[in-house]
Design a protein around this ligand. Structure first.
Ligand SMILES: NC(=O)c1ccc[n+]([C@@H]2O[C@H](COP(=O)([O-])OP(=O)(O)OC[C@H]3O[C@@H](n4cnc5c(N)ncnc54)[C@H](OP(=O)(O)O)[C@@H]3O)[C@@H](O)[C@H]2O)c1
Length: 260
């Protein structure tokens, strides 16, 4: 089984590096194409046996073809590689906001039922802890199972109806930036309270990781875990009330709705 990845930038490069660490692909079975020599040689420096090339058609010869180019380049690349695709292959398109309707419009009529996934990972894919959002078209349950197995090694997978992809992208892709704004604000506060930025960042990042692990590893909720650290009359409730008085929850809700 070979996978061709077209676009070796942030996402394509991280996916290629991640897949090379899984049991599903050996580096030599991953073919990555990009116009940028710099991206390709950086990738080959970190995964020496990976196949790199500047020819998208060569990458599209693989059994699974994954596009990771900017959304406005998807149409051009699909037209370019269409002759190498067939209904036995699986197409995966990693491009925010590019709908199945648009993807199939740029494939020949004969490929109108080709199995296709839209995939939105987040930048934590480089740490193998991505939230991988999938929508599927013309795929069989066994293909879903196979693809999710592969991408589960790079994080957590969730299959969504296509009309939920934009809102979920706001939570998970943009969500990384929102979570890190909380970290940045915490570091600003910590410096005022006398800590070095690096120490503050380490403390806050570990606290964020701990909060996430509490939710991911237990049958609990954010509200429940907040209650555990909020003693009546204690210091946490003072801080929580300050957050709300300054519009914290409202700002988060508005931000997520704005970026869907
Ligand atoms: N970054 C994220 O957090 C994130 C999250 C979810 C989804 N996505 C999606 O992932 C996709 C890729 O984003 P990215 O951040 O990885 O972009 P990126 O870093 O710009 O990578 C895209 C790569 O594709 C190359 N390229 C341009 N035209 C090409 C062509 N015709 N054939 C082959 N390669 C070509 C680019 O080369 P040049 O630089 O030389 O143009 C670049 O190396 C986007 O559609 C985005 O919506 C990104």
């Amino acid at each position: 089984m070979k996978i061709g990845i077209i676009g070796a930038g942030n996402m394509g490069g991280a996916i290629a590096r991640g897949l090379a660490k899984t049991d599903y692909f050996q580096a030599k079975d991953i073919i990555v194409s990009d116009l940028s020599e710099a991206c390709l040689s950086a990738l080959q420096d970190s995964v020496p046996d990976i196949c790199v090339c500047k020819d998208n058609l060569q990458a599209a010869q693989a059994d699974i073809v994954l596009l990771a180019v900017k959304p406005w380049l998807v149409d051009i690349v699909l037209t370019e590689i269409a002759s190498a695709l067939n209904e036995k292959k699986i197409l995966i398109v990693v491009a925010a906001g590019v709908a199945f309707e648009q993807i199939y419009k740029h494939l020949p009529e004969a490929l109108s039922e080709m199995p296709c996934y839209r995939l939105i990972p987040n930048t934590a894919i480089s740490e193998m802890t991505s939230m991988n959002l999938f929508a599927a078209a013309n795929t069989k349950p066994e293909q879903n199972e196979f693809i999710f197995k592969i991408f589960s090694d790079l994080g957590t997978c969730m299959l969504l109806d296509e009309d939920k992809m934009a809102a979920a992208t706001s939570l998970t892709s943009c969500g990384i930036a929102y979570a890190l704004r909380y970290v940045r604000a915490s570091v600003q506060a910590a410096v005022e309270m006398g800590f070095r930025p690096a120490d503050a960042q380490a403390m806050v990042a570990q606290t964020m990781k701990g909060a996430a692990e509490l939710l991911l590893n237990n049958d609990t909720s954010a509200e429940n875990e907040i209650d555990k650290v909020t003693t009546p009359g204690g210091i946490t409730i003072k801080g929580l009330n300050e957050l709300e008085a300054n519009g914290f929850s409202n700002a988060v809700i508005k931000a997520l709705k704005a970026s869907r």
